[in-house]
Each structure stands twice: as structure tokens, then as C-alpha cells.
Design a protein around this ligand. Structure first.
Ligand SMILES: [Zn+2]
Ligand SMILES: [Zn+2]
Length: 327
């Protein structure tokens, strides 16, 4: 009943450019959260990246976009990129900073950008075959906090304040239902009917319905208990570059609630909280408090200010005073 292999880690040292990777090898999905300096990542991994979630386009979160672009060239591929306006404008400028006259024989590479812009999502394509011109392909009303979803996982977002708007993210690997083959035999279920039963049990709305097997009717709860088990989901949240305010805190807590792992910035020591307020970042104690109130299992801090040099571990120590499970 093991979890799928989800590998997640910080791209850089805690006092260097922020960003994390989530690898789900079994699905061929490789996610990047922020693209600051990503030179440490292997070319092999960069070529496999399928989804990029960007908090905002301050330099330390975005300068690696060119590195990603360079490693993607030569591969037919669509890279999905998510973020908040003016992300598509920033990407447009980056891509138009180069000359693309020799791309006719290049395999088709598309950057597909989904950008939060007020209360709408704007979706743009940047296609190498069109010299990476920006092309608006779709507009959707935002009536959800889900920015990406497929059969296996979803990513939620919250718009947060950093004197500019930034996005916080929460990756949720969905819980899965597995059938127990030996138990299915008791019901003489075969072929297509097994698929139908699985579909029935996967939909929790069926809780008051029943399922008929060979003329006999069984309740949802009975069958669920008897022939299946659930593999729990897994939640990883990523919060960076936010001012400490009641409004931000409320939105962050709603997003990160009960995360298995929270990656959160902790830029300053508590004694430098005035500075933290000025530059719109969190202190050790504020980060610890957020992890505690959010009931997360484990906290990993990063984006520690370079002002502490080799003493950056002091920040870690301070966070641990509030939230011991910090790394
Ligand atoms: Zn930053
Ligand atoms: Zn920033």
C-alpha cells in the first residue's frame, strides 16, 4: 500500500535562489516550482520537465527560464507554465530577445502559459514554429483555486501579497482506490464488470446507491470495505516571497492545511523583522507559526538571507523553537 514514488527537493542551498523539483517518474511528470538559478539541475532532468509553476518574476525566481529554454530545444515537446500576470509578457520579452530564423527544421517546441489575470485565466501558446510569437488561445473565468488537474494530481493556488501579487501553490497527489483481486473472486466478477465496480466505488457521490452483481444488490459502503482499499494522497505546498499580514496568513493557511510537506521561505531572523516587513518577506518565527497553524507534518525552509553568511543555521534554529519538525 505504498505511496507512488514522489521525489521532491530544493534546487539550491537554503541561502541561494529558491525553487523545488517534484519528480513522479512512474507518470513521466517532472515539476519545477520557480526557475531561479537552475544550473545545478542535470540536463537530463531539465529535458524531462513537463510543468513549471512560477510564483512571480523577480529575478531570483525567473532568471533560469533561459536555461530551461536552451535545454528544451531540439525536442518535440509542450511545456506547461503557470503563474500570474505579467508572466506571459515577461516570457514574451525573454523569447523575443533572441533571433529565431533557423527554426524550420527544429522539432516543435511549445511553451503553453496559463496565467492568472484578475478573475480570469489567460492561456497563451509560444510555438517555436511561429518564432515564439505570443498567441492568446483561450480565456477562462476563474471559479476554482485549481490551476492544473489531471487524473493523478492537482495543483491549487492562492494569490498572495509581496507588494506585487505572487502565487503560492499546493501540489496534491490524489488518493487512489485499489481493488483486492482475491475478494473480487467471492463475487464472481469478471472483465468489464470489474471496471464498472471500480468506477462506482471511486465516485463518493454513490454513497447512498447500490451496485448489482449477478442479480443481487450491495451497498456502496459494504463493497468498498469488502473489496477495496485506499492509498492515501500526498500534499506538498510551496510558499515564498510573501509579507506577513493577517490576509496573507489566512490565505496561506487555507492553501497549505494538513500538508505532508511545506516548503516555505524563512528569510530573516526574528530580530530583523522590521527589515522583513520592508522587503515583504517572512521571518523565522512567522514561518514557524504558519507551519504550526497549518498543521503540516514537516517544514523545509529556504530563501534565507545572505546577510547571515555561514550563520544561516541560526534561522533554522529559531524556526525549530516554534515548529520542531523543520529542516
Ligand atoms: Zn525571492
Ligand atoms: Zn520577490
Amino acid at each position: 500500500m505504498s505511496l507512488p514514488r514522489i521525489k521532491h527537493y530544493l534546487i539550491n542551498e537554503k541561502y541561494e535562489d529558491p525553487g523545488i523539483v517534484i519528480e513522479i517518474e512512474s507518470l513521466g511528470k517532472y515539476l519545477l516550482f520557480d526557475v531561479g538559478n537552475i544550473n545545478r539541475l542535470e540536463r537530463d532532468l531539465l529535458r524531462k520537465i513537463t510543468h513549471v509553476f512560477i510564483s512571480h518574476t523577480h529575478l531570483d525566481h525567473f532568471i533560469g527560464f533561459d536555461t530551461l529554454l536552451r535545454n528544451k530545444l531540439g525536442k518535440p515537446h509542450t511545456v506547461e507554465v503557470f503563474g500570474i500576470s505579467p508572466l506571459s509578457q515577461n516570457i514574451h520579452c525573454r523569447l523575443q530577445g533572441y533571433t529565431w530564423n533557423l527554426v524550420d527544421f527544429e522539432p516543435q517546441l511549445i511553451f503553453r502559459i496559463k496565467e492568472v489575470d484578475g478573475d480570469i485565466f489567460k492561456i497563451y501558446n509560444f510555438d517555436i514554429k511561429k518564432k515564439f510569437q505570443r498567441e492568446l488561445v483561450k480565456i477562462e473565468n476563474i471559479d476554482t483555486d485549481i490551476i492544473y488537474e489531471d487524473k493523478f494530481f492537482r495543483v491549487r493556488f492562492a494569490v498572495l501579497d509581496h507588494k506585487i501579487k505572487v502565487l503560492g501553490y499546493s501540489f496534491e497527489y490524489k488518493q487512489r482506490l485499489k481493488l483486492i483481486p482475491e475478494r473480487l473472486k467471492e463475487f464472481n466478477l469478471e472483465g468489464k464488470d470489474i471496471g464498472k465496480l471500480k468506477e462506482f466505488l471511486e465516485n463518493e457521490k454513490n454513497i447512498n446507491n447500490s451496485f448489482v452483481i449477478n442479480g443481487k444488490s450491495y451497498t456502496y459502503s459494504f463493497l468498498k470495505e469488502r473489496v477495496s482499499y485506499t492509498i492515501p494522497g500526498y500534499k506538498i505546498s510551496y510558499i515564498t516571497d510573501v509579507i506577513y499580514s493577517e490576509k496573507n496568513k489566512e490565505k496561506i493557511l487555507k492553501l497549505i492545511k494538513n500538508s505532508d510537506v511545506l516548503y516555505c521561505e524563512a528569510v530573516f531572523l526574528d530580530k530583523d523583522k522590521e527589515q522583513a516587513k520592508k522587503v515583504c518577506h517572512l521571518t523565522s518565527k512567522q514561518t514557524g507559526e504558519i507551519a504550526k497553524l497549518g498543521n503540516v507534518k514537516k517544514l523545509i525552509i529556504f530563501h534565507i538571507s545572505r546577510r547571515y553568511g555561514k550563520n544561516y543555521e541560526k534561522v533554522l534554529k529559531e524556526v525549530r523553537e516554534i515548529f520542531p519538525e523543520t529542516y
